[in-house]
Design a protein around this ligand. Structure first.
Ligand SMILES: [Zn+2]
Ligand SMILES: [Zn+2]
Length: 140
């Protein structure tokens, strides 16, 4: 598989001890396959307390899906100003640019500080990826 952004060969990497992803050694982005996301624990999107703030904004990009070569769609998660590129064939997965995960986790940590409770940003992030996946799957 090739990176949709810089065309480098993607390499398997174990991400934060959670899931296997296809990482790009060139631009440091990563591709998350749907079956890889299935390795995350399953929870219903309906239980997401942030559901109300989830806004999707879609544009077509020219970045090719590493699986089928079709142009990826861009999706925006407003709460964290997070952009994801995903394939309309939802079994194929989605793309995350380098550093986006760390940036979102940092925002999560800040929010956690504000609400003064013990908070695990990585667990929250993992949950968000799963919710995102469930949300996109539902749109199919
Ligand atoms: Zn790349
Ligand atoms: Zn595809």
């Amino acid at each position: 598989m090739n990176c949709p952004k810089c065309k480098s060969d993607l390499v398997k990497r174990y991400y934060k001890g959670m899931i296997e992803v296809e990482a790009c050694p060139g631009c440091r982005g990563m591709w998350l396959d749907s079956h890889e996301l299935d390795q995350l624990e399953d929870t219903a999107f309906d239980n997401d307390p942030h559901k109300g703030s989830l806004a999707h904004f879609q544009t077509k990009t020219n970045y090719p899906c590493p699986h089928c070569g079709n142009g990826l769609d861009e999706f925006k998660y407003r709460l964290y100003d997070l952009k994801l590129d995903y394939c309309a064939e939802l079994d194929h997965g989605f793309w995350l640019d380098a550093g986006e995960d760390e940036r979102v986790m940092e925002i999560m940590r800040q929010r956690a500080g504000e609400i003064q409770r013990k908070f695990n940003a990585e667990a929250e992030w993992k949950q968000m990826l799963k919710n995102m996946h469930a949300f996109l799957a539902k749109k199919k």
